[in-house]
Design a protein around this ligand. Structure first.
Ligand code: PEP
Ligand code: MN
Length: 344
């Protein structure tokens, strides 16, 4: 259920409604909109009576939310969510670029790649310290040492960090260094992990599970929002289909569908989506064309030596070419790129 407050309502009016909701064993969530304040309600809302709230002077409207997901839905919040990161934003008219290696392999490797990305104007560096690999024998990441290198690169180059949390145990360490905590495809329905990141101050990048529907993804995001963290970014990274020629099938249908049903920003990861480095650029362009709020691209300075996902990683030189293409495309879809490509 959603309560829309009148424009002139005071803090006292808002608190009165919030307290009334809490007294009925439901949870109120303040949802500031572009022009009006909404109060979203989760919990046993079937027990609430609309008239009780409509009787209050400060309440303009009471809306029943029909979707199984509530706080992530556009019914609850019609305006796009825009996440603020001091000098940049994700969502709205911004087009965000997140780039970096699949895994941190050494201090040198991380600094070399990060340095090249920084020169291109990239603000968000992705790099995994804890790697959820399909095989237990594959490289599992540098773990704490990787986080240390990330904190050093963040301090020295001023990049914002996107890195994955695999479990709840490592969350305090990851939370201290990450600007955005990634929840990977394999963990999309790890509900205890989702609830824990829902209580953190970091923004969360939630990747779609490889066999998850769009509704499953939205329900998983709901777990995070329901704990109070509204800074959630959804990520389409490809799903498993009968197709074997590509690593996954990048479901770009998801972008306009998510935009229709949710206010949350959507990032597309064409690297995992197609899994073939020289096909990443066309899929990145398609993602921007269909309304993605940004891209996440794997970049490695020596893809042939990479300890994970080398075959889908772009060299910095090829990544520059992709940036140039996206720069040409952005104005056509009325997007402002928040990095500056300097293509030689
Ligand atoms: C990754 O981003 O490197 C990764 C492991 O992604 P996914 O969870 O989408 O497979
Ligand atoms: Mn990867």
């Amino acid at each position: 259920m959603l309560i829309i407050m009148k424009l002139d309502s005071t803090r006292q009016d808002i608190d009165k409604v919030m307290n009334k909701i809490a007294s009925r064993n439901c949870v109120p969530h303040e949802i500031p909109g572009a022009s009006k304040l909404g109060i979203g309600i989760t919990g046993p809302t079937n027990l609430l009576i609309e008239e009780e709230f409509l009787g209050l002077d400060s309440v303009e409207e009471v809306i029943r939310v029909t979707k199984p997901y509530k706080l992530v839905s556009r019914e609850m919040k019609p305006d796009d969510t825009i996440i603020d990161f001091e000098d940049t934003k994700i969502g709205g008219e911004e087009l965000t670029m997140i780039a970096g290696p699949c895994s941190i392999e050494s201090r040198q490797q991380l600094f070399d790649i990060a340095g090249e990305l920084k020169e291109m104007g990239i603000k968000f560096l992705r790099a995994g310290a804890y790697k959820p690999r399909s095989s237990p024998y594959a490289f599992q990441g540098l773990k704490e040492k990787g986080l240390l290198y990330l904190s050093e690169v963040k301090k020295e180059l001023g990049l914002k960090i996107v890195t994955e949390a695999k479990d709840t145990k490592s969350l305090p360490l990851i939370s201290a260094v990450a600007d955005i905590i990634q929840i990977g495809a394999r963990n999309m329905q790890n509900f205890s992990l989702l609830e824990e990141v829902g209580q953190l101050p970091n923004a969360i990048l939630l990747k779609r599970g490889m066999a998850a529907t769009i509704e499953d993804l939205l329900m998983s995001a709901e777990y995070i929002l329901s704990q109070g963290n509204f800074n959630v970014i959804l990520c389409e990274r490809g799903i498993r289909t009968f197709e074997t020629m590509t690593r996954n099938t990048l479901d770009l249908n998801a972008v306009p569908m998510i935009k229709k049903h949710s206010h949350l920003p959507v990032i597309v990861d064409p690297s995992h989506g197609i899994g073939i480095w020289d096909k990443v650029q066309p899929m990145a362009m398609a993602a921007v064309a269909c309304g993605a709020d940004g891209l996440m691209i794997e970049v490695h300075n020596h893809p042939e030596q990479a300890l994970s996902d080398g075959s889908q990683s772009l060299t910095p030189k090829n990544f520059k070419k992709l940036l140039e293409k996206i720069e040409q495309l952005a104005p056509i879809v009325e997007r402002k790129i928040n990095y500056y490509a300097q293509v030689n």
